[in-house]
Design a binder for this molecule. Structure first.
Ligand SMILES: [Zn+2]
Length: 323
């Protein structure tokens, strides 16, 4: 087995769902004998997903998320199964149980949404990363059983990392949908906004889906322009986060504000304001004088705010002009 990857002190490592220790064995996915042998190995376990939610077994000390295939067979009829990867403890698969699987009351088996699992820290961080990988991949399988090209039924291939259409020979690959999330920075202040659905008093970084044909920088400038009317110069990448709701990659950036007058798009935002470093530090600590709050530590918005608060006093290093 290869050496475990070194852990770098990068901002992405601080985000929720990022700590995934699995060696994905991607070069072995097209070797059916290898995958079958791994599946039948006594140390192999599977994560179970039912209706987009992982199943857990309550234990004396917390919650367990890894099952044997024999245990899985007792809980419901299995649909697609994919090889997620391997750690020193063994291989981990993800298995979709049919949507009509019933989880009995009073049972020690529970279905808990990933957001609640992460927020409450019900399982260890490495397992949260694996559950995110399993949930996003199984979400895709559950919704791509028919060919988008010809409409015929597709079959799982490459140990769960492809679907193939026999009728038209098209291959389909799991989706990851990129979203840009960014702090516009104007000297010693940064821009945060709030949507009506947010918890009372919470402000967060602006965000939006990257569109086809767009660079990350162009998407950042467009979103801040649309939502808050701020002109943006330089854009710098800071961190990314796999966000399994359902299959998103959050791409966190700092954006150099060229203007400061905010013009809110009221269909997107209820409010947007400039916040000082001191104000943001208090929001992160839960000690803001007006009770304003920042997103929880599992969210990349929290990571971006922390990186800015703890970063250099001058934004200059972020906007070094190139070319
Ligand atoms: Zn087809």
């Amino acid at each position: 087995m290869r050496e475990a990857a070194p852990v770098y002190r990068e901002h992405s490592a601080r985000t929720g769902f990022a700590g995934n220790p699995l060696d994905r064995l991607s070069e072995k996915r097209d070797d059916p004998a290898f995958v079958a042998a791994l599946r039948h190995h006594p140390t192999t376990r599977t994560i179970l997903i039912v209706r987009d939610v992982p199943l857990l077994r309550k234990t004396a000390t917390g919650h367990a998320a890894l099952f044997t295939f024999a245990e899985a067979a007792c809980l419901g009829s299995a649909g697609e199964s994919a090889l997620l990867g391997r750690t020193a403890e063994g291989a981990v698969f993800a298995t979709l149980l049919e949507a009509d699987t019933t989880i009995g009351d009073g049972d020690d088996i529970v279905a808990i949404d990933l957001r609640a699992l992460a927020l409450q820290g019900l399982v260890a961080a490495p397992l949260i990363g694996m559950l995110a990988q399993a949930k996003s991949l199984m979400y895709w399988h559950a919704r791509h059983r028919f060919c988008a090209n010809c409409g015929q039924r597709t079959a799982l291939a490459a140990a769960g990392w492809r679907r193939h259409c026999e009728a038209c020979t098209a291959d389909h690959f799991p989706r990851t949908d990129p979203v840009v999330i960014m702090l516009a920075i104007n000297g010693e202040e940064c821009l945060l906004g709030r949507q009506r659905r947010f918890a009372k008093g919470m402000y967060s970084a602006l965000a939006g889906y990257l569109e086809p044909g767009e660079t990350i920088e162009a998407a950042v400038r467009r979103e801040i322009g649309e939502e808050a009317g701020i002109g943006i110069g330089r854009v710098d990448y800071v961190a990314s986060q796999p966000w399994p709701f359902p299959t998103t990659l959050m791409i966190g950036c700092f954006a150099q504000a060229l203007t400061s007058d905010i013009v809110i798009d009221t269909t997107e935002l209820e409010d947007a304001r400039w916040f000082s470093r001191e104000g943001v530090a208090r929001m992160l600590a839960g000690a803001h004088v007006d009770g304003l709050t920042a997103p929880a530590p599992i969210a990349i918005a929290h990571t971006l705010l922390r990186a800015w608060v703890e970063g250099p006093r001058s934004a200059a290093p972020f906007w070094t002009v190139v070319g």
